[in-house]
Design a protein around this ligand. Structure first.
Ligand code: FAD
Length: 525
């Protein structure tokens, strides 16, 4: 039975005492939330902004073993990741899909390619075998004539998987809600509550929309705020442990950079590994790996790509696909995210460890680092630490409702059906039952439909237009000018479902286009 999410008029949290309160609705918080709810605990998750607002909507969209980590000797990260890739692909088959990766090997590459080759072999040892091999000789030019052919010796191929990261977060959260958990966005933790002995036993919460503040209590408080970990933790211990490393991506229309497989390359300037990934009908190039100064956080409300990063990524694309002559004006959108790396001193950014770490300070449990791919392992690790504080009589519920998938006579396109099944999971049947056939038309160059706009605005806690354009759908990344041309088309649905006035809509449009221009477009000189 699907539990519908309804937000009370004043959006107050009616229940004041919880087993666990989780601060942060990225993939880390979502995973912990789902697992605790499935075990029958009273669990509340809050996010100061939208779910997946942080790093979890700004990743390279790969569920992967992390070949790059082998080059840095982080075998444990790859070991965990390969196994998780396996598991997640089985659990979310329509959302996490295998993707072929190609690694063109050029004469000037030194060790990079051989380390990757070793990594691909290790994948087989760590998990079940996914196909891999090498294309050589005449095969290469015939199959991959888009590639720079100068000095190209061979092309390795292997498989990893791709995902819509923000939709994964929302799916995990909604499954937690179906198990009885409560999750609210735009609720900021502004302080920690302490008992007389100094132990953390709750949070002060501020509603970012109404401004209302309240106090909530829990047996354990989890700090899963990714790049913001230190902000919460420093209320208990002064030590700072997070190094914010920015990674940026640029997106092209697929016609401009026509690739059907993902590519791994070593940047011609510095030899760093990068990816070109076909994603949602676009071609995405990334990523960078740079310290994110505090001044940038003061400058704009979200991380953003710099001119230097944009040029660096364009040079990578131009090196790999010289015949395409890609230029700045071909870039449709960009996005930047902050890796919440647990600090390893002054180490080169790409070498900093990607493993997660848990800090236990006066019953505040902070968890940071790790990857999207390893979220289940991180959640289990954290839960083992808080179990001693929780009642013992909870039994793990049935893993997941088995969803009886029935084909929809309305959706004849099998690919579209599977895409929707990946997005909605156990809510798919309900989505189909509310579907209005005239709203199945796809929007611009994307696979998103008006029916998804209606569903998400009605059921998925969309509070602002940016939630809808950047995270519940990815229209803001996939369509020129942040999808400005689509706003008149979606407006009637949004204002009807949300009961927004004309003025409210106009303000939302202004706010959304401003954030898009500042943080998702291309910097001008
Ligand atoms: P976040 O997603 O940042 O979530 C933290 C949340 O806490 C935010 O939503 C924020 O709003 C909320 N919050 C903060 N303060 C408060 C407060 N006071 N009150 C309430 N809420 C608060 N991993 C992969 O597996 N595959 C990849 O391809 C991949 N690519 C990446 C590429 C880049 C460029 C980057 C930066 C990372 C990549 N990663 C990848 C790593 C992965 O994306 C991150 O490890 C993961 O998303 C971190 O999730 P999180 O939940 O810990 O943090």
């Amino acid at each position: 039975m699907i539990k519908k999410i309804s937000i009370p008029e004043n959006n107050a949290v009616e229940q004041k005492n919880w087993d666990v309160i989780i601060i942060g609705g990225g993939i880390t918080g979502a995973g912990i939330f789902y697992k605790l709810a499935a075990r029958g605990y009273q669990v509340l998750l809050v996010d100061q902004n939208d779910f997946a607002f942080g790093t979890s909507s700004r990743s390279s969209k790969m569920v992967h073993g992390g070949l790059r980590y082998i080059a840095n000797g982080q075998f444990n990260v790859t070991y965990e990741s390969v196994r998780e890739r396996e598991h997640l692909q089985k659990e979310y088959p329509d959302l996490i899909r295998p993707m072929q990766f190609l690694l063109p090997v050029y004469e000037h590459y030194k060790f990079g390619a051989s380390l990757f080759r070793l990594g691909i072999e290790l994948y087989d040892l760590f998990g079940s075998k996914w196909k891999h091999g090498t294309y050589t000789g005449a095969q290469i030019e015939k199959r991959f004539n888009i590639l720079n052919q100068t000095g190209l010796k061979s092309v390795l191929y292997y498989y990893d998987a791709e995902v819509d990261d923000a939709r994964l977060v929302y799916r995990v959260i909604s499954e937690g809600i179906h198990h009885g958990g409560s999750a609210l966005n735009y609720k900021k933790c502004i302080g920690l509550m302490r008992d007389p002995s100094g132990k953390v036993n709750g949070i002060q919460l501020k509603d970012e929309i109404t401004g209302k503040e309240e106090e909530l209590y829990a047996k354990a408080v989890v700090n899963a705020t990714g790049p913001w970990t230190d902000d919460i933790r420093s209320q208990v211990v002064p030590e700072k442990v997070i190094r914010k490393l920015r990674g940026s991506h640029i997106l092209f229309n697929r016609e401009r950079v026509p690739v059907n497989q993902a590519f791994t390359l070593f940047h011609p300037d510095d030899g760093r590994a990068l990816f070109v990934v076909p994603w949602q009908g676009m071609t995405m190039v990334g990523t960078t790996d740079l310290d994110h100064p505090a001044a940038y956080e003061r400058e704009k409300p979200e991380p953003f790509i710099t001119l230097q990063e944009e040029e660096y990524l364009l040079r990578a694309a131009d090196f790999l696909f010289p015949g395409q002559h890609v230029e700045k004006q071909d870039i449709v959108s960009s996005f930047a995210g902050l890796r919440p790396i647990v600090s390893m001193g002054e180490m080169a950014p790409s070498k900093a460890s990607r493993t997660h770490k848990i800090f236990m300070d006066e019953n505040l449990f902070s968890i940071a680092g790790g990857k999207l791919t390893t979220f289940r392992i991180m959640a289990e690790d954290l839960i083992q630490k808080i179990l001693p504080l929780l009642p013992e009589n909870n039994i793990e519920k049935q893993k997941k409702e088995t969803v009886q998938k029935e084909d929809s006579p309305l959706i004849e396109d099998t690919r579209q059906y599977h895409r929707l099944s990946g997005i909605y999971g156990s809510s798919l049947q309900e989505f189909l039952s509310e579907l209005q056939p005239e709203e199945l038309k796809t929007l611009a160059n994307t696979s998103f439909t008006l029916s998804e706009i209606r569903w998400t605005v009605r059921h998925e806690m969309v509070r602002h237009l940016s939630d809808l354009m950047l995270r519940r759908t990815r229209l803001g990344l996939l369509v020129q000018n942040g999808g400005k041309q689509l706003l008149d088309t979606i407006k009637p649905i949004v204002i009807q479902e949300k009961n927004w006035s004309e003025e409210k809509w106009e303000q939302e449009v202004i706010d959304y286009l401003k954030v898009w221009k500042n943080c998702y477009s291309i910097p001008s000189k």
